[in-house]
Design a protein around this ligand. Structure first.
Ligand SMILES: [Fe+2]
Ligand SMILES: [Fe+2]
Length: 311
């Protein structure tokens, strides 16, 4: 039994049968006539919307929860493509595991990209003190070396292994461009670099292997500030208290209007970088999922696609 290529399965009217992964518990919604199940299959960084209209069929998923299933699908289209599940059964084999669905960014690739941006930032005001502090903190055993492994999200941008580090490195690349364009900002290069590393570090605790972590409800901003507090003395020794407090303000304010509002210039800049990076990644992924003129944007409605090279 093979893992389904869900991009192929999405084609309208196409029937396919094979292995799928449900990584988060789907919702049951009330439809015009009956309840139905709506959820996502996950495959290598992409989520594929599915619906199950038949109660007898979705009861199986309801009972067994997230996991690997053998599913019979039909490609459908209503306000955008999705998969109708005709039948589904728990996969009891052992050859295919969750890891086969996950995919990820190899660590050596991340390390290479990080080294490149680091060299660039060093020309723009970054100091060794900053990099040493970052290395010291990322080696904290509480992180279990998961900064390079955890995803940046479950459903959204960079939801693959290595996604958190990848998102962080892409933000450093944007920061580099901003420092090139705005020379006065270079005096705060260390603060901005260090803050970017720390802004989402709490995701190591909020998530676990692309699932919700045990205490997910204390969100990654809260957990990030808590984690940072364990390193307060080292940070103040290397810099000063105002540096430490500024980093805290970035962690708490980096979601802009969607959380505690930024109270510092640093938090506002990191918020813009974060939005630009995550939203661009997300919109490209949406287009890959749904080419044509039905790319859904949360604020702007349906968008028309642009030419993209194959990856
Ligand atoms: Fe965040
Ligand atoms: Fe982020």
């Amino acid at each position: 039994m093979e893992i389904l290529d869900l991009t192929l399965s999405l084609e309208k009217g196409r029937r396919s049968r094979g292995l799928v992964l449900i990584s988060n518990m789907p919702d049951i919604r009330s439809g015009r006539r009956d309840d139905f199940m709506s959820g996502f299959f996950y495959l290598k960084g992409q989520n594929y919307l599915f619906r199950i209209w038949d109660k007898d069929v979705f009861e199986i998923v309801n009972e067994f929860g997230p996991g690997i299933y053998i599913a019979e699908l039909v490609g459908a289209d209503y306000n955008g493509p999705y998969l109708t599940v005709k039948s589904i059964d728990v996969y009891s084999g052992t050859e295919v595991t969750r890891d086969d669905f996950l995919g990820g960014i190899p660590r050596d690739e991340l390390e290479r990209k990080l080294a490149t941006v680091r060299a660039g930032l060093n020309q723009l005001g970054a100091t060794e003190t900053c990099w040493e502090l970052v290395e010291h903190i990322l080696a904290d055993p509480r992180l279990e070396d998961r900064f390079m492994i955890e995803g940046a999200a479950i459903r959204h941008h960079d939801n693959v292994f290595g996604g958190l580090a990848n998102h962080t490195i892409k933000m450093l690349n944007i920061l580099k461009a901003l420092l090139e364009n705005n020379p006065p900002l270079r005096a705060s290069a260390d603060l901005l670099i260090f803050s970017i590393f720390m802004h989402d570090i709490g995701k190591v605790f909020e998530y676990r292997d692309l699932n919700m972590g045990e205490f997910w409800y204390a969100n990654h901003r809260v957990r990030g500030i808590e984690f940072l507090a364990a390193h307060k003395n080292v940070i103040i020794e290397q810099y000063n208290e105002s540096f430490y407090r500024q980093v805290q303000s970035v962690i708490s304010g980096h979601h802009g209007l969607y959380g505690d509002r930024p109270t510092t210039v640093a938090a506002t800049i990191v918020h813009y970088i974060d939005m630009l990076e995550s939203q661009t990644t997300e919109i490209i992924r949406e287009q890959n999922n749904t080419p044509g003129d039905r790319i859904r944007h949360p604020d702007f409605g349906f968008l028309y696609d642009i030419p993209l090279a194959e990856e």
